[in-house]
Design a protein around this ligand. Structure first.
Ligand code: ATP
Ligand code: MG
Length: 423
């Protein structure tokens, strides 16, 4: 778990605002659910034989002895929430959430014990059209964030029936190679054999490499669903690689599964993962409802943006207000409040307390502001202001009346907001 200091928090804010703006442009609605849930929810929704439930949850007892856990992901809570609130009763839903998740993992680059996800969950649409929309929308996100080198890997797990057949084939195959499996794989052999394909143990690479593939066990319906998705992506020019080994270990996944991966982050390169989970709502006691979604890891996106300097740092303020010691606090504050009222939206930082001009200029430079407004004793008496450009040498320093100053600040704001629209 970690702190986000002010020099990095602007990346989080901008990232969240780009993502949430895009989600609302596609008509998705935000939901919020608690950080704590009953432990049973995660056991039943995520599955007993998964890394998350077996070894990653922060679980504890309440004073009355109930077992509760800090949410390790958002899909389980979303399904609980839509069922408890009757949201998907004859009504499709396109939903998203954002916030911290908790997993007791070995902390390392790209893997934290508290991390943030934005997740999208869609209920009520069985076809590949919505899966395609999710992929096109995430692709647009990478474009808007300025990410390069992100690739999409795609696979299908077919319907529940195809999966069941494939499961048996896999168990038989691994049973013939028991001596090559590690302890974890042996434990999973009968409960969650697909998860073995996900193993990161290099000693098992060969036996996994030669394992049978789901694509050879797909029904016509499953093949058509996947082809439907690929056709839309092809028509829209979105490139992807079909990775026949890509599985999501959770029992409820059906049809397409996908991961967006970058090679710019080292080993933890998956920035977004998801797929269709048509069986989960029913498994949680609801009416059978098709569902699909994904979760993206914001920590890894922030790391990518900072490490590769993809964005210009945001200044603390646009304007830094420098004042002579002799001008009383009440006078200065009255003046700056009137400027703020006359130029809504202006980001202006007023120097607090008494300090030499030299030290105030140092702070102004450090703030990253474009301009300093300087007011000395005499200027205050005559209500004239010196405006000094801190970045643009050609501008130099100019004298302005109060009215000229307001017009100038207004025009700067317009220039800034116009250039923001272009990026
Ligand atoms: P992995 O196999 O790498 O452990 P996962 O299958 O556990 O991944 P998901 O549950 O699919 O991951 O979570 C979706 C996304 O959330 C991941 O692709 C990743 O970007 C992010 N994520 C998951 N766990 C962490 C973590 N501990 N720290 C930072 N980001 C994480
Ligand atoms: Mg994990």
């Amino acid at each position: 778990m970690y702190d986000v200091t002010p020099d990095q928090v602007w990346v989080w804010q901008k990232l969240e605002s780009i993502i949430t703006d895009l989600l609302s442009q596609y008509g998705y609605q935000e939901i919020r659910f608690p950080v704590l849930e009953k432990t049973d929810l995660f056991h039943s929704a995520i599955g007993e034989v998964t890394d998350v439930v077996e070894k990653e949850m922060f679980t504890f007892e309440t004073r009355k002895g109930d077992s509760i856990s800090m949410r390790p992901e958002g899909t389980a809570s979303t399904v609980r929430m839509v069922l408890q609130n009757g949201l998907i009763f004859n009504d499709p839903q396109k939903l998203w959430y954002s916030g911290p998740m908790f997993r007791y993992e070995k902390p390392q680059k790209g893997r934290n014990r508290q991390f943030s996800q934005v997740g999208v969950e869609v209920f009520g649409f069985p076809g590949p059209d919505v899966d395609a929309e999710l992929l096109l929308m995430t692709h647009k996100m990478w474009q808007q964030l300025g990410l390069k080198n992100v690739r999409l890997e795609l696979n299908t797990l077919g319907t529940a029936e195809c999966r069941a057949t494939y499961r048996e084939v896999l168990i038989k195959y691994f049973e013939q190679h028991l001596e090559l499996l590690d302890e974890e794989a042996k434990k999973r052999l009968h409960s969650n054999p697909l998860r073995i394909l996900d193993s990161k143990n290099p000693a098992m690479a060969t036996v996994i490499e030669s394992a049978p593939l789901i694509k050879d066990y797909l029904s016509t319906e499953s093949q058509q669903h996947f082809k439907g998705l690929c056709d839309i992506l092809d028509a829209c020019g979105l490139t992807y690689q079909v990775n026949p080994k890509l599985v999501r270990g959770l029992d409820y996944y059906t049809h397409n599964v996908f991961e967006w991966i970058t090679d710019d982050l080292g080993a933890q390169g998956t920035i977004c993962a998801g797929g269709r989970y048509d069986r989960l709502v029913e498994m949680q006691g609801g009416k059978a409802t098709p569902a699909t979604g994904f979760a993206m890891g914001l920590d890894r996106l922030v790391e990518l943006i900072l490490e590769h300097k993809l964005w210009e740092p945001k200044p603390q303020a646009q304007v830094y207000f420098i004042r002579d010691k002799s001008i009383a606090d009440d006078q200065v504050i009255k003046l700056t409040e009137s400027i703020r009222a006359a130029v809504p939206g202006l980001q202006m930082m007023l120097h607090m307390g008494q300090a030499s001009f030299k030290s105030q200029f140092k702070k102004a430079d450090k703030s990253g502001a474009q301009f300093a407004i300087i007011i000395g004793e005499e200027e205050f008496a005559q209500q004239v202001f010196a405006v000094k450009a801190l970045q643009d040498r050609a501008f130099g320093q100019q004298q302005m009346s109060y009215q000229e100053l307001l017009t100038f600040l207004q025009s700067q704001l317009n220039i800034n907001s116009a250039s923001n629209c272009n990026t």
